[in-house]
Design a protein around this ligand. Structure first.
Ligand SMILES: O=C(O)CCC(=O)C(=O)O
Length: 264
C-alpha cells in the first residue's frame, strides 16, 4: 500500500490486489496508527458498557459453544455502530478504509452492515468456519469484509483464520443444522491460516472466503469492527439480512439509486 503523491489516496500495490484475487484475503498493515486505533478501542468499550447497562449484548453462536473449551464463552457485539457514535460514522467513510476497497471492487463502495465485536479475555467466543455468502447472497459476489483491529490480535487472542484460496470454490453447502457454519469435524479452525494482526491493521476478505476464529484464551480483550461492503450494482438475491443503514454510500456514487419518496 502506498500513498499517491498527487491525490494523497491510499493505493493497493499490484501484489496486494493479486493476493486478494488469489488467496481471497489480504492483510493491510498499519492502516491506522496505534494511537488512533486506541481511540476507537476506547469508544468501542464505552459503547458496549453503555449498552450492557440496558440490554444483553452477548452474541455467542450456539454452534460456537459446541467447540471444545468454548462451552461458556462470550462474545460482546453491537451492529451498525454509526447509529451510536459519530466517531464510527466518520470511520466508515474514512479514505484509509474505503480507498483500498475501491481497488478491489471498483470506485463505488456501499455499506451492507457493520458489527463491533469484543472477544472478552480468557473465554472470548470462537467462530466456527463459514462463508459469509449464505447470510446475504448477492448476484456478482463483490461483497467483502474489512476487519479493523482496534487492538493486537495474536493467535492466543483468537485472531481471524482463513482458508487460503477457498473463495474459488464459489458458494459451498453449509450443512450445520440451524446455522450457516461448516461442520467442525470437516473444517477444524486450527487448520486455517491465522491472520495475526496488530492494532491499526485491516484484514480484507471476500464473503466467499471460508474463515473463522478460535477462543480468546489471553488475558486481554480482542476488539474489532467488521465492515461488510459491496459495489452498489451488486444486488442481493434474497431479502435476508436487511438492516438500518444498509445502502449508505461510503465512497463514490450509487449509479442505480432513485430519488426516494418525497416527504412534507
Ligand atoms: O471476528 C471474528 O473472529 C470472526 C468474525 C466472523 O467470522 C464473522 O462475523 O463472520
Amino acid at each position: 500500500m502506498t500513498t499517491d503523491a498527487s491525490t494523497r489516496r491510499l493505493v493497493l500495490s499490484d501484489e496486494e490486489v493479486n493476493r486478494y484475487r488469489e488467496d481471497g484475503y489480504v492483510l493491510l498493515r498499519g492502516v491506522f496508527p496505534r494511537d488512533e486505533a486506541d481511540l476507537f478501542r476506547r469508544e468501542a468499550h464505552e459503547l458496549i458498557g453503555r449498552l450492557q447497562r440496558r440490554q444483553s449484548v452477548d452474541a455467542t453462536w450456539g454452534s460456537a459453544r459446541e467447540i471444545k473449551g468454548a462451552e461458556d464463552t462470550r462474545l460482546l457485539h453491537c451492529h451498525n455502530v454509526q447509529f451510536h457514535s459519530a466517531l464510527f460514522t466518520r470511520l466508515l467513510t474514512d479514505p484509509r478504509l474505503v480507498d483500498p476497497v475501491a481497488d478491489l471492487i471498483g470506485p463505488n463502495v456501499q455499506l451492507h452492515h457493520d458489527k463491533l465485536f469484543i472477544k472478552p479475555p480468557e473465554k472470548g467466543s470462537p467462530f466456527p468456519m463459514h462463508q459469509d455468502y449464505p447470510f446475504f447472497p448477492h448476484e456478482k459476489h463483490t461483497v467483502l469484509a474489512a476487519i479493523i483491529h482496534f487492538d493486537d490480535a495474536p493467535l492466543e487472542k483468537g485472531c481471524v483464520r482463513l482458508l487460503r484460496g477457498s473463495h474459488k470454490l464459489g458458494p459451498v453447502e453449509h450443512l450445520t443444522e440451524g446455522s450457516y457454519h461448516l461442520p467442525l469435524d470437516e473444517h477444524p479452525i486450527e487448520e486455517a491460516e491465522p491472520a495475526e494482526a496488530r492494532a491499526g491493521d485491516v484484514l480484507i476478505f471476500s464473503y466467499l472466503t471460508i474463515h473463522g476464529s478460535a477462543v480468546n484464551t489471553s488475558d486481554e480483550a480482542r476488539t474489532t469492527l467488521l465492515v461488510q461492503m459491496r459495489a452498489p450494482d451488486d444486488f442481493p438475491t434474497n431479502e435476508a439480512h436487511r438492516s438500518r443503514g444498509q445502502g449508505m454510500m461510503l465512497r463514490g456514487i450509487d449509479p442505480t439509486a432513485s430519488a426516494g419518496a418525497a416527504s412534507s
